[in-house]
Design a protein around this ligand. Structure first.
Ligand SMILES: Nc1ncnc2c1ncn2[C@@H]1O[C@H](COP(=O)(O)OP(=O)(O)OP(=O)(O)O)[C@@H](O)[C@H]1O
Ligand SMILES: [Mg+2]
Length: 320
């Protein structure tokens, strides 16, 4: 079941220097219960899309259904069913985390007693017990980000938008936050997040879109996207003096599962469709011919290879 469906969703800004087309006719579907990612470089249109889908910004074109309601016809109903955590976050640092959570629930017309219960549930769910009762002023980046997510979840929305949830966090806090996000997903919340981290998109998202210059360039699970690029690369280390390398090259070059084969000094590089099924086949062929193997390694293309293939630019280089 789709929880978000967009058709031709667009946003352009009129500026003094002309029209900025931030989002150009985006068609996409987010399924209920998944962690869906929007991966793209700075200025790609991630925040703009998310702000439209969360009713904070009016589209200039197209339409969308969000959490069962028409975005343009029933924005209030959409709002009741979503949580939104902005890139900057919304923590009031003059209060404790618990007070922030209670206030947020109260904003959604929840009574005081229920608001307190919800706050406690979130504190447990997001593992904030150690710091929930001190001033948010004293929180680390990761603690504040966890509270941000708690604020987005205070009215128990089935759909949560997270704009760059881990930007600026250290690796340990990021890993921790990924765990919290997975936990929310496992408890039934659909998560739509944006990121410009390749590893985050890869590790966290069930499915993702790559967006560049306001256009969706490709969409799929991290694995399918990577497989589309060029399959996997298997690297074999072989003896050269006894002819093993050349013999292996001749034998493996004939196999139908090998797309391409390259020699690089004492290493054979095989481009194959699926590494995990190719490995045992390679071993069988070499074993059958009595060829001794020194090393074997399997490498997967990364999401950066996907981005590179689609846009001609590297996301990693842009980030650096
Ligand atoms: N209010 C505005 N007026 C004019 N241009 C805007 C406005 N808001 C966004 N833009 C432009 O729209 C484009 C998309 O911006 P957006 O904030 O959606 O990018 P993003 O993918 O979220 O980037 P980042 O990774 O840096 O957060 C950018 O070129 C931006 O400068
Ligand atoms: Mg943004």
């Amino acid at each position: 079941m789709a929880i978000i469906e967009t058709k031709g969703l667009s946003k352009s800004f009129k500026t003094r220097r002309g029209l900025v087309e931030a989002v150009k006719s985006v068609d996409m579907t987010v399924d209920e219960g998944e962690i869906f990612g929007f991966l793209g470089p700075n200025g790609a249109g991630k925040t703009t899309t998310m702000r439209m889908l969360s009713t904070l910004m009016q589209p200039t074109g197209g339409q969308a259904t969000v959490a069962g309601h028409d975005l343009l016809q029933e924005p209030a109903r959409v709002r009741e069913n979503i949580g939104y955590v902005s890139q900057a976050g919304g923590v009031d640092i003059s209060m404790s985390g618990r007070e922030n959570l209670v206030l947020q629930a109260r904003l959604y017309r929840v009574n005081q007693a229920t608001a307190k219960e919800r706050a406690q549930e979130l504190i447990v769910a997001l593992q904030m017990e150690d710091f929930a009762d001190r001033s948010a002023k004293t929180y680390s980046g990761g603690q504040k980000r966890r509270l941000d997510i708690g604020l987005g979840m205070a009215h128990r929305p089935p759909l949560l938008f997270l704009d760059e949830p881990t930007t600026g966090l250290d690796p340990q806090s990021r890993a921790h936050l990924w765990e919290e996000v997975r936990k929310l997903r496992n408890e039934g919340t659909t998560i739509f997040l944006t990121t410009h981290y390749l590893d985050e998109a890869d590790a966290l998202c069930d499915r993702l879109c790559i967006i560049d210059n306001g256009v969706i360039v490709t969409e799929g699970t991290p694995d399918t996207l990577k497989h589309q690029v060029a399959g996997d690369v298997v690297t074999l280390g072989l003896e050269t003096h006894n002819g093993a390398l050349m013999q292996a090259q001749a034998l493996l070059g004939k196999q139908s599962f090998v797309r391409e084969i390259q020699v690089d000094k004492d290493v054979l590089r095989l481009y194959v469709e699926r590494g995990e099924t190719a490995l045992p086949q390679i071993l069988r062929v070499l074993d059958g011919a009595g060829i001794a193997l020194q090393t074997i390694a399997l490498a997967r293309p990364s999401l950066d290879d996907v981005f590179l293939r689609q846009t001609g630019r590297s996301l990693r280089e842009q980030a650096a």
